[in-house]
Design a protein around this ligand. Structure first.
Ligand SMILES: NC(=O)c1ccc[n+]([C@@H]2O[C@H](COP(=O)([O-])OP(=O)(O)OC[C@H]3O[C@@H](n4cnc5c(N)ncnc54)[C@H](O)[C@@H]3O)[C@@H](O)[C@H]2O)c1
Ligand SMILES: O=C(O)C[C@H](O)C(=O)O
Ligand SMILES: [Mg+2]
Length: 616
């Protein structure tokens, strides 16, 4: 293949297109898939199972005759039968995604995931807008909270504090020879729900569902991982039904030793894997990112993915005011929450402003004065005792805020009243923090179109609902939330548009782009390219209508675009080492459109391959 590629440039356009369109992975397309098992073993293997869709010839070949009802169903009919069951719950559904039936829907989908992966992803991809809120936020939060009761079949791998010294061999217990994507959590800060210990595995599973559905990562090559170092959740520690280690969390060097050993083990077995860190408490999220990011192919979704999505949203808000992007450094931004997500957003927004202002130290210093950061103790100033070093660069000078009529620890309401910000952005995990009073204060905003980002998850942790924002501030605002809300009918013929501002618009493309470029690390430039692509994805008309993020139904397309931008940047930074048949030099020769096509053709689709049995 590599030889062939060398000549692609001089080949006829037709042959060139053919070569570009060939999947470089092994099992997709029309080539049969070789399996080393037969009979019931196949039916019980979700990677290969097709259930009633096994053809008669396959039933003969794989010793399945008599093990299935005789009616051979088409994949579509099979899905129709399944959907009747799933839809039955909707008849009684009341309040959208946070409805109690959501958990029942999750159960039905999860059972399908356990029996037949191809069919599961077919259902998920075809109905992503409807079921992303079930397999992902907000329902996944409820699932994690109730995991002990919901647990049936294990999924993914668990590495615990008890496994120290064993991880290097344990990693070989996973059946897949190749793993492309790992999402790992230690369960210490699951969404805005706090420490859920081992039950946090649900978030890694949900994120990987999106990797398959949105990025077309092959489901046989994803691995959800839980690093169980204990929990500080006293309720779980006392619960006899809890599935994890019943001890307090390891800390300090003991903690680091476990995570280090895990990283070494997975990168030894799968040197090209990408590891996404997810929902680690802030105390460790930033430290682990610094510790690993220049040696391993890894990134932290809460810090870096969220930052990119927020940048895209903030730039969208500028466009929605009918102003040029270059006005971004003039925006006054109040951020509530200075944890891993808030700090990630602040650093990225400051850098973006600085770049627009001339990309020098003076610009970098002056950009920080556009931010007012409020945490659990109120406005952060240089007068704060024991200030978190990550928040320090954003601490306001005491003299300066005195002039603004503010002080150390001022409340969010006071800050909004005095600053009159263009943007109010919440990553606090505190539901209802943007109270009636805070939203009333935002009426004084000097912006022609103030923006509210209530980004905390799940729904009950959102800083305000869409209804609250639109009913108090009217329809001349931009609204985005981390978990989905329905659009709001304002009763005057106007509709308040709800955007979902969630890192799901970036992490699948960051992962896919890193994989297909074969980049050695995930660089700042690659993350920036991803964010910029998302920022320019919406048309002028959409943005002026308050639509600053795409709908989830377009997630596969936006992910392809983001991945292509990441590949291109990796190539430009000379980080790309290639992937399968596409080596680094060939990657360098591809045009922008060819990169897009290369990405598209390497996205897995949920089609049943023909199965052929072969003895091991
Ligand atoms: N939409 C997204 O894509 C996205 C991405 C990442 C995280 N999040 C959400 O962001 C939230 C925070 O995540 P994190 O990792 O930064 O958590 P964290 O616990 O590390 O940080 C929370 C921060 O909020 C502050 N805070 C608490 N009470 C406050 C109050 N009353 N007023 C102002 N600030 C207050 C805390 O002091 C802390 O700085 C979570 O709910 C998470 O689901 C959303
Ligand atoms: O998981 C999400 O929905 C977004 C984000 O990663 C979070 O932690 O809230
Ligand atoms: Mg997260």
């Amino acid at each position: 293949m590599a030889m062939l590629w060398k000549h692609v440039r001089v080949l006829s356009p037709l042959l060139r297109r053919y070569l570009l369109s060939r999947p470089f992975t092994t099992t997709e397309g029309h080539r049969p898939t070789i399996v080393h098992k037969r009979s019931l073993d196949i039916l019980h293997d979700p990677w290969f199972n097709k259930g009633t869709a096994f053809s008669m010839t396959e039933r003969d070949r794989l010793d399945l005759r008599g093990l299935l009802p005789p009616n051979v169903m088409s994949p579509n009919l099979q899905i129709e039968r399944f959907m009747v069951d799933l839809k039955r719950l909707e008849v009684q559904a009341r309040d959208g995604p946070s409805d109690p039936n959501a958990l029942a829907k999750w159960r039905i989908l999860n059972r399908l995931h356990d029996r037949n992966e191809t069919m599961y992803y077919k259902v998920l991809i075809a109905n992503i807008e409807e079921y992303a809120p079930i397999v992902y936020t907000p329902t996944v939060g409820l699932v994690c909270q109730n995991y002990s009761g919901l647990f049936r079949r294990p999924r993914g791998m668990y590495f615990s504090a008890e496994d120290r010294g064993e991880m290097m061999s344990m990693v070989y217990n996973w059946p897949a020879e190749q793993v492309d994507m790992i999402v790992v959590t230690d369960g210490s800060r699951i969404l805005g729900l706090g420490d859920l210990g081992v039950q946090g595995i649900g978030i890694a599973i949900g994120k990987l569902d999106l990797y398959v559905a949105a990025a077309g990562i092959n489901p046989q090559r994803v691995l959800p991982v839980m690093i169980d170092v204990g929990t500080n959740n006293e309720k779980l520690l006392e619960d006899p039904l809890y599935l994890g280690l019943q001890q307090h969390r390891l800390d300090g060097d003991d903690y680091l030793a476990v995570v280090d050993e895990f990283m070494e083990a997975v990168f030894t077995r799968w040197p090209n894997v990408i590891v996404q860190f997810e929902d680690f408490q802030s105390k460790w999220a930033l430290k682990l990112l610094q510790r690993y990011r220049s040696t391993y192919r890894m990134f932290n979704d809460d810090v870096q993915g969220t930052a990119g999505v927020a940048i895209a949203g903030l730039l969208g808000a500028v466009r929605a005011q009918g102003r040029p992007l270059i006005d971004f450094p003039k925006q006054k931004i109040v951020v509530a929450g200075a944890g891993s997500a808030g700090i990630g957003v602040l650093n990225a927004a400051r850098k973006t402003m600085a770049r627009m202002l001339g990309n020098n130290e003076v610009a970098f210093q002056s950009a920080k004065s556009q931010f007012w950061v409020v945490d659990a103790k109120g406005l952060i100033t240089e007068g704060r005792e024991n200030i978190d070093p990550d928040a320090l660069p954003f601490a306001r000078k005491l003299k300066e805020i005195d002039r603004q009529g503010l002080r150390e620890g001022a409340s969010l309401e006071e800050v909004v009243k005095q600053v009159k910000p263009d943007v109010l952005l919440g990553l606090s995990a505190v539901g209802g923090l943007f109270s009636k009073e805070v939203l009333e204060a935002l009426k004084g905003s000097t912006s022609t179109r103030p923006a509210i980002f209530a980004m905390s998850n799940p729904t009950k942790n959102a800083e305000c609902t869409a209804e609250e924002a639109f009913s108090i501030l009217g329809d001349n605002i931009i609204f985005a939330s981390g978990s989905p809300f329905s659009n709001v009918d304002l009763g005057n013929g106007h509709i308040g548009h709800c955007n979902q501002g969630n890192n799901m618009y970036l992490f699948p493309g960051i992962g896919l782009g890193t994989l297909l470029s074969g980049a050695r690390i995930v660089s700042d430039g690659m993350l920036q390219a991803a964010a910029e692509r998302l920022a320019t994805y919406m048309s002028e008309e959409e943005v002026l209508n308050g639509i600053i993020f795409p709908s989830t139904s377009r997630i596969r397309d936006i992910t392809k675009e983001v991945a292509a931008a990441v590949v291109q940047e990796a190539v430009e930074e000379d980080l790309a080492e290639g992937y399968h048949g596409m080596d680094a030099r060939e990657l360098q020769k591809l045009s922008e459109d060819e990169i897009r096509e290369y990405v598209k053709n390497n996205m897995w689709s949920p089609d049943y391959p023909t199965l052929v049995y072969k003895k091991e």
